[in-house]
Design a protein around this ligand. Structure first.
Ligand code: PMP
Length: 366
């Protein structure tokens, strides 16, 4: 039986969630009974998300996923604030759905400051310097999708406030949401991105929180859904899956599973660990000394064990700046391996993973 250790890429959807996600099928904007029922179900999910994200229902907008949420926040805030400042502050470890829109703005003339994140910690002097002049947008993530680093967003917010730079603080909470982020951190942010498929909902559904007083312009215009901020018929079934997944995700189980997994992996002699000082309990980044990522991943896959090199997104991109920013030597990037778990990961899964890795070592190490 296959065992899955790639939950940071996506959390497969359980049958129970699939079934409950198709209980309503009308258009939430239709005025008849079928539409009204769909609208009610959708609004219930909005309220559940609002509760988990420390905001009001009016501040939650559904999107096609966190890539859209991040793009909307970045382009939308910068468009609204360009007279105030043309500086963006971010870091060197962002997901492409953040780093690429920022790069596009940089090409249009925006000044971008990328703070370093060695060992998963922001350089405080660089942060202070970055916030020493007016800033339109500060864009950070709560948990890194490749290393599992958990960043100190409270500190960043404090530095923004002390500096008086006026930055809008956008948080990519995709990897921390429902797992290890705290609502008190969400309350400090001006906008937040989350994605359904990282907790067991459908792919292609996400949300963007925009706090009431934030200055932002919409990216997608049309039929005026989502209070005119994000047009397009809502992805009702995806949204329902998000609500069901949120109900079922039991993050309390993660820390124990994480230490069990890490202990097992430590018994694999060729693995070295990129452990951030402060970290989440579902992502473990390693270097498989002497076995190239694709060779090991293919071997594991052939033996029914699924994990990834670093992230599904950077597998497609050239090089890996995130691991290098963390401090991994560039010549070691070819050996990167990412193991990510869920609350449902079992002791048996962990033992199967360890055995497959040990066998991989015997077969593939020269
Ligand atoms: N940000 C982070 C940190 C992610 O891990 C991902 C998913 N890989 C995204 C954004 C993009 O999310 P989505 O797949 O919903 O577009």
């Amino acid at each position: 039986m296959a065992v899955y250790f790639d939950y940071a890429a996506t959390h497969p959807t359980e049958k129970e969630i699939i079934e409950k996600s198709f209980l309503y099928t009308g258009n939430p904007s239709s005025p008849h009974g079928c539409g009204i029922d769909a609208r009610k179900a959708l609004e219930n999910v909005r309220l559940a998300l609002a509760k988990a994200l420390g905001c009001t229902g009016e501040e939650v907008y559904f999107t096609s996923g966190a890539t859209e949420s991040n793009n909307t926040a970045i382009f939308g805030v910068c468009k609204a604030k360009k007279r105030f400042s043309t500086r963006i502050v971010t870091d060197d470890s962002q997901h492409p759905s953040v780093s690429e829109p920022i790069k596009a703005l940089e090409q249009e003339g925006w000044e971008v400051v990328r703070v370093s994140t060695k060992n998963g910690v922001h350089d405080e002097a660089e942060l202070r310097e970055a916030f020493s002049v007016p800033v339109a947008l500060a864009c950070f993530m709560s948990v890194n999708n490749e290393t599992g680093a958990k960043y100190d967003i409270k500190k960043i917010k404090k530095l923004i406030d002390i500096s008086g730079c006026g930055a809008h603080l956008h948080l990519d909470a995709v990897q921390g949401f429902a797992k290890c982020d705290s609502v008190s951190v969400y309350r400090l942010c001006d906008s937040i991105s989350v994605s359904a498929h990282k907790i067991g909902g459908f792919k292609g559904t996400g949300a963007l929180v925009i706090k009431k007083n934030a200055k932002i312009k919409p990216l997608i215009v049309g039929g005026g859904q989502e209070k005119g901020f994000r047009s397009g018929t809502e992805n009702l079934n995806g949204i329902l899956s998000f609500g069901e997944a949120l109900k079922l995700y039991d993050a309390e189980k993660l820390p124990e599973k994480y230490s069990q997994t890490l202990s097992a992996l430590k018994e694999v002699p060729y693995l070295e660990f990129n452990l951030p000082e402060s970290r989440c309990s579902h992502i473990i980044s390693c270097i498989a000394r002497g076995i190239r990522s694709e060779t090991l991943i293919n071997f594991l896959s052939a033996n029914g064990v699924y994990c990834s090199a670093s992230s599904a997104c950077s597998t497609r991109a050239k090089g890996n700046t995130v691991l290098e920013a963390f401090g991994v030597k560039s010549e070691d990037i070819i050996y990167a391996l990412r193991i990510s778990i869920s609350p449902k990961t079992t002791t048996e899964d962990i033992l199967t993973l360890k055995d497959a890795l040990l066998q991989g070592g015997e077969r593939l190490l020269k």
